[in-house]
Write a protein that binds this ligand. Structure first.
Ligand code: ADP
Length: 205
């Protein structure tokens, strides 16, 4: 039996029916190892610290359970994903949109793009914001991104964000979030500063 055959089926991981339907449409047959490990853990409502390289399927590993657990969109931002670059933010946004089963509004908010357009979209309300740390912090300071309804914070490629000098921005963003929320942190490596972030802001990851 090959490794693939030993992995469970998506239908065995507790995902919501509409998300399973979306998976069929996208054409994924079996979960990758990180998906098989992370999905039940996230469906149970835990924080997650994932040491994963790119290309392992970590975007779907958090997107599928979070979309399964999310209530119908109410245009209050419920998920904030932080990513190091505009390219990654766009890629994650696309993947979330491909699994978007209940008409959630999902949008990227990154540096270098038009502020006017971002302000217009934020004013209309975005259920899932995928952004780069500097621009997200800018919106938080202006009071144009409301964090009060955030249920999940996802840090994607945390070590890359550290390398790019975003760590203070991330700490300030995490500090600005007061309500109860789950934190998901993905990183290919675990430098001290990232491990400290996990210790200080995560609950039994
Ligand atoms: P990462 O976020 O780890 O860099 P991605 O989530 O971008 O990796 O996944 C890499 C590629 O594999 C993407 O094109 C994605 O659509 C695809 N993919 C992810 N999970 C599966 C799966 N279970 N079955 C088939 N393809 C998948």
């Amino acid at each position: 039996m090959s490794d693939t055959e030993q992995l469970p089926l998506f239908s065995e991981l507790g995902l919501a029916a509409p998300v399973l339907k979306a998976l069929q449409d996208v054409g994924y047959e079996r979960p990758s190892p990180i998906q098989a490990a992370a999905i039940p853990h996230l469906m149970a409502g835990h924080d997650l610290l994932g040491q994963a390289q790119t290309g392992t399927g970590k975007t779907a590993a958090f997107a599928l359970p979070l979309l399964s657990r999310l209530e119908a969109g109410n245009r209050n931002t419920q998920i904030l994903v932080l990513a190091p670059t505009r390219e990654l933010a766009l890629q994650v946004t696309q993947e979330l949109i491909s699994f978007n089963t209940h008409d959630l509004s999902i949008a990227p908010i990154y540096g270098g793009a038009s502020m006017t357009e971002q302000l217009r979209r934020l004013k209309k309300g975005i259920d899932i914001v995928v952004g780069t740390p500097g621009r997200i912090l800018d919106h938080i300071r202006r009071g144009t991104l409301d964090l009060s309804a955030i249920a999940y914070l996802v840090l994607d490629e945390a070590d890359e964000m550290l390398n790019m000098g975003f760590i203070e921005d991330i700490e300030e963003i995490m500090h600005a979030m007061t309500g109860p929320k789950r934190v998901l942190l993905f990183s290919a490596t675990m430098p001290d500063r990232i491990a400290a972030l996990a210790r200080n802001y995560m609950h039994e990851p």
